[in-house]
Design a protein around this ligand. Structure first.
Ligand SMILES: [Fe+2]
Ligand SMILES: [Fe+2]
Length: 351
């Protein structure tokens, strides 16, 4: 995508006069199925058990103050083209940190089915624990792309596997390391796609509270990125951070300026998925896709020993049933606002 190929106007989310009509679901209901992804597949046992999280629509405050500057981005590869129906809203599946072999296995089992059954257009997953619980490799990334993941984001385990410095230099691969690493660090922090005719910008970002990393300010990094983001782009942000307060703060900082913000890193899902007042879909943490009977992915005995004795212990990936933690986010393609966000968690998946 060229950053200078932009629509006119400075407001990211236009303050349309028909907002009230669309808020009731009347506006485009003849063009696509207005029901939620869960409602469309009510034979799902999880749905029948009441697993549903339909966010309400809120009045929209127009964002402003983001002039469309035009620095060259010609060195980046062109957007990938993904097929689909031009009329329907965008549906994004955001998948929590994929942990080790069990995480990759459950990703392979769940993602193709969800793509098919929930009409998912784009799958974004955090892959920072995919290789033995620590980092990502080219082969584990390829395995996850084969499972139907379109973009992989990373976090504090970006450099845990030695080969990643080389892997991240290959900009044909849709793998992102956090955008707010200092200048000169290999790789890139955002990626532009065209999904069913809609510009999409995916961002990997990392927090600074309790993370122990040398990072630039994530908030101002996003401000700078939005200065060079086309007005008509839907922006999705994986904010990899420890502190819930920092993640919630990022949601509010970006509300009305991006389509969705979700947190990763803690491996524990949060129950606060919602649409923020100015239209950004948000959840504090997606959770984890990996072994369920574990301590955030690692085998229980070793981690417990570390806590009980303080001695150095080598952690291993836990075995047994797996959990799949993710959300489906639905975006209005015209306004890029979130229409809804639903948790799609599956527990005790036996493979
Ligand atoms: Fe992490
Ligand atoms: Fe993680």
């Amino acid at each position: 995508m060229r950053a200078d190929d932009q629509s006119s106007g400075n407001e990211w989310f236009p303050d349309d006069s028909d907002e009230g009509e669309r808020a009731t679901g009347d506006g485009e209901s003849d063009e696509y199925d207005e029901s939620s992804p869960d409602q469309q597949a009510s034979d799902d046992p999880a749905v029948q058990a009441g697993e549903r999280n339909v966010a309400a629509w809120h009045p929209v405050a127009a964002a402003s103050g983001y002039p469309p500057d035009s620095p060259s981005s010609a060195s980046r590869p062109p957007p990938r083209m993904l097929p689909g129906d031009e009329r329907a809203p965008l549906r994004i599946l955001a998948v929590g940190d994929i942990f080790g072999g069990p995480g990759r296995d459950v990703a392979r089992a769940m993602i193709p089915r969800l793509r098919r059954e929930r009409s998912i257009d784009l799958v974004i997953a955090n892959g920072e624990n995919a290789a033995g619980g620590r980092g990502l490799t080219r082969s584990t990334a390829d395995e996850l792309f084969g499972a139907g993941i379109d973009v992989l984001t990373l976090g504090n385990h970006t450099w845990s596997q030695r080969e990643m410095e080389t892997v991240l230099k290959d900009e044909t691969l849709p793998i992102l390391r956090p955008l707010n690493y200092p200048p000169g660090v290999p790789g890139r922090g955002f990626l532009d796609l065209h999904v069913r005719g809609t510009r999409v910008r995916v961002v990997s970002l990392m927090g600074r509270v309790f993370m122990g990393e040398s990072l630039d300010d994530a908030f101002r990094t996003m401000d700078d990125l939005l200065q060079i983001t086309p007005d008509d782009a839907a922006v999705f942000v994986d904010f990899h951070a420890e502190a819930t307060s920092e993640k919630v703060a990022m949601g509010w900082h970006l509300d009305g300026r991006v389509s969705a913000v979700w947190g990763t890193h803690t491996h524990v899902p949060t129950a606060d998925a919602r649409i923020l007042p100015s239209g950004t879909a948000f959840v504090t943490d997606l959770g984890m896709t990996g072994p369920q009977n574990s301590i955030i992915g690692s085998a229980v005995p070793q981690v417990l020993q570390r806590f009980l004795t303080g001695m150095p212990v080598r952690f291993t990936v836990a075995t047994g049933p797996a959990t799949f933690n993710a959300v489906i986010i639905e975006i209005d393609r015209r306004t890029r606002r979130g229409r809804g966000i639903w948790r799609r968690d599956h527990w005790d998946v036996v493979l």
